[in-house]
Design a binder for this molecule. Sequence first.
Ligand SMILES: Cc1cc2nc3c(=O)[nH]c(=O)nc-3n(C[C@H](O)[C@H](O)[C@H](O)COP(=O)(O)OP(=O)(O)OC[C@H]3O[C@@H](n4cnc5c(N)ncnc54)[C@H](O)[C@@H]3O)c2cc1C
Length: 450
Amino acid sequence: MWFRRDLRLSDNPALRQALDEGEVLPLFVLDPVLWGPAGPSRRAYLAASLRDLDAQLGDLGAALQVVRGKPVNRVVQAAKAVGAERVHVAADYGPYGHQRDLDVEEALGGADIELVRTGSPYAVAPDRIKNGSGKPYKVYTPFSRAWFDHGWRDPVDAPTKAATKGSWLTLDDGTTDIPDPRLPAGLDLPEAGEAAARRTLEEFLDKVEDYDRDRNLPGVQGTSRISVHLKYGELHPRTVLKAVSGKRSKGAETYRKEIAWRDFYADVLFQRPDSAREYYQPDFAKMDYDDPGEAFEAWQEGRTGFPIVDAGMRQLRATGWMHNRLRMITASFLVKDLHVEWQHGARHFLHWLVDGDLASNNHGWQWTAGSGTDASPFFRVFNPTGQGRKFDKDGEYVRTWVEELSDPDQVPDPHEPSDEVREAVGYPAMIVDHAEERREALDRYERIKK
Ligand SMILES: Cc1cc2nc3c(=O)[nH]c(=O)nc-3n(C[C@H](O)[C@H](O)[C@H](O)COP(=O)(O)OP(=O)(O)OC[C@H]3O[C@@H](n4cnc5c(N)ncnc54)[C@H](O)[C@@H]3O)c2cc1C
């Protein structure tokens, strides 16, 4: 069983399949191609999640076998070393993972070993949902309708110790310890592992009724915070959908639609792997953009002088997570107020986000930039101050993340502090004039439309 983005024992059909067939080697390959660019949050989280999986396997009398190197070599070596006839995986649909699996499949085939794909990290795997003419959807709403109609299987149980006694294999050599990367100062990540994922889900179920109302309020803990657990497969979306399946509230309905967004973007990226880096709507490549310079650095560091933007960027740096509303506000600010191409911002997000996922992140960016699927029209430019006032009415969120603005006595209006207040508390002046940059963005857009 080659674990990748499915670091759990419960509801893991590929693992069940492997165990049904006989003795199992639980394998994880530390692939330098993925580890290298992962960034501090994802590296540390992955290591913690692997330790949790190893501990859980330990309870079943097994140990996770970790090897380092190219999967195309290491998986074949490991499979041969234990005389495996099959290697079980959950299918990967990302541009790199999909090709990697084809290469591994071919290499295994040379040794008469079969690669068996069971399930995927999605409720409905990419390439399944098609429109009436057999084509993939390019727009979310009809996709989500077809997605609900298609449905998904029920979760499968975790293997038990009694049922798997004597089932586990180990490698004699070539294994390595699970790494223990240090977190940079000021970064604090959520707890990893399947039990933590379950707890997070359970806690959210108590408030799913309020999701429709609270999900846009960054100062309220109104979203489920399960993105990181889905990213590493500590929880499968099917388990999540099952948990909310009996709930008929508007909140539960909206929540299911959010899970559909994740599947939608995975499908879009599978159909258009180039859209991980290139404009989904190619016309946008012709637009005039500015090189990322000092303003980009101010954005990265949360020093733009726009409180809501800075709060979001500082939350990202401190926790490896950012509220969805803030992901949209900060992304819009970079593209439409600073005129920097979305790819620069997407890269910064992927460096720090603990839930950093190529499909959701890069298509979230393209959506905000106006160049993606189903895009919010380019001319709808977020006003950062207005967004702050609307979604963080009492300023709770800004005060939490922008320390200079935290004291209500010194800073009565955290969304628009006066010049005097800014100077007194050491908070920067606004790096751009939003109204002017909005006009500039629309002018640039008009030019590509012509
Ligand atoms: C610019 C930008 C970048 C983003 N980058 C990522 C990313 O790297 N990884 C990531 O998982 N999500 C990303 N998102 C989507 C969304 O912001 C996060 O999934 C969400 O904030 C995670 O918090 P939560 O689990 O509390 O979400 P909840 O509101 O509780 O939603 C539940 C789940 O639904 C899915 N979901 C919700 N909204 C979206 C969405 N717009 N697109 C895709 N899936 C969604 C997620 O899996 C999420 O965990 C991005 C959005 C934008 C606008």
